[in-house]
Design a protein. Sequence first.
Length: 608
Amino acid sequence: MCGIVGYTGSRQAAPILLDGLQRLEYRGYDSAGIAVNDGEKIDIVKSMGRLAVLRAKCDDGLSVSGSVGIGHTRWATHGKPSDVNSHPHVSENGRIAIVHNGIIENFAPLKEMLTNRGRVFKSETDTEVAAQLIDYYYKGDILDAVARAVRELEGSYALGIICADDPDTLVAVKSHAPLIVAYGEGENFFASDVMAVVSHTKTVSYLDDDEIAVVRKDGIKFYTPFLDEIKKEKYLIDWDISAADKGGYEHYMFKEIMEQPEAVRRTIEPFIRDGRADLSQYLDKEYIKNLDRIIVIACGSSYHVGVIAKYNIEKLARIPVEVVLASEFRYCDPIVTDKTLVICISQSGETADTLEAQCEAKRLGAMTLAIVNVEGSSIAKGADKVIYTKAGPEVAVATTKAYSTQLAVTVMIALYAAECREAVSKKEYDTILSELEAVPEKMKLILDDKESIQYLAYQHFNNEDLFFIGRNIDYALSLEGSLKLKEISYIHSEAYAAGELKHGTISLVVDGTLVIAVTTYGRLVEKTLSNALEVKARGAHVMGITTEGLREKVASAIDEIITIPNTHEVLLPSLAVLPLQLFAYYMALYRGCDIDKPRNLAKSVTVE
């Protein structure tokens, strides 16, 4: 969700902070602010709205002097979006300034305690409580004050702190929220995401929960909550800053759609050896043979990847698979044994619900395998095993290439498990692997025909209600198509297993209703077509997505058809998702929506 950046060095801090926040805009926010220590006092500039408002307010940072500061883009949790509730927050005397991601769950009793001791609060936020608490414990040593305060905080938080009395120092601390520190030449940084600092340095360390970093321009030191000094490993970020630029495209989302063939190729290549999908370094063959079931835990688009993975793993490996929303897993008394593999899927590796569900699965004795895109992320570090997708930085809030790379990994898991359990013939195995390797080139064919999808979006962008229908993997894919559309175009859309239309939903179909029938799965295409005819009989306009081989069969029941290349059925979603992403993108484009930063949404949701 929110973005944090901190800087200490010899340069003017404010412009650097603003540039860092600019690179974190994709995370979603409703207000922004900076705090800079000029050597005598802390200057605060903050405002509701887009970062452009804050830039105008401080002349792109040039009107704010000082070489040490913190910045923040806020997504409201406690207190409505407003200038007062915007970060940074300060203690009553202005001595301590703080930025915060996450939620402090026990802020109410702490606020009551501080109020009883004469502290006066200005905002509705839990963050101001942390600022006041640190100042309450401050006796001339900011590190000691932070350590005392965080030992009382409960919840998820990443905090960045400056103190008026210590003009060269930043303090950072985290618990269940992402935070990194970064090393420059004569300057150092902290941030909630490497994106904020990668234009200055590619060398970082990842804070673990409850660790405190003291960041000065000449070095960084790390401590436990009880102030025992510790050492941290340094990591080199292996992608270029240009990967996070638009590269000439109008929107990040469109750029990331177009990057999918290469992202999938990078993801699968390291695992394909001697004509096999080799995951033996992650999953032991005997372990796979003895599994009683697999549970996939995820949220949002990653959950939809899990639904497709269920169909494919059960079909190929004959292992029962349950897909559970991460936000529900901890609260449903899950049945987990040491023969249960729990797969946790997350683009950011920081999704709070997925992280907590992973911890619960480990507590119950399951082995956990993470599929994430961000190295050093919390889910990656907490898992027993981790497979990194190679999507590169994904900036648009609505995921595209992360989804496709996650999907490719789950296909390899299905293939590997099927081979371990001798559940698939050599002929079918070789066919699937060959088709998996061909996915990037077939993706390019679809993307080369994007103008035909753009034309269809132009015909339909004024629709306000839309239904996606499909069966089996086509239904699973429909879930993602519907989510993409509502995320960025704000059109109400729903996805249904096609056979469920008759159980109430068909009553919503009237003249002119747009229905997208995903009909790629050959075994069930005729049944889905019968459902398409049912909605057409009630006045619906039906658009279909199918394969080149099924086009003639589908044409009799569908008004408009988008085709994808033929492939093995387990890989159909890997191709068919591209037209759905493009359709959503063009629909949003014609409706004038803010495609990369849709309202009320955040890229990385680090609170429950």
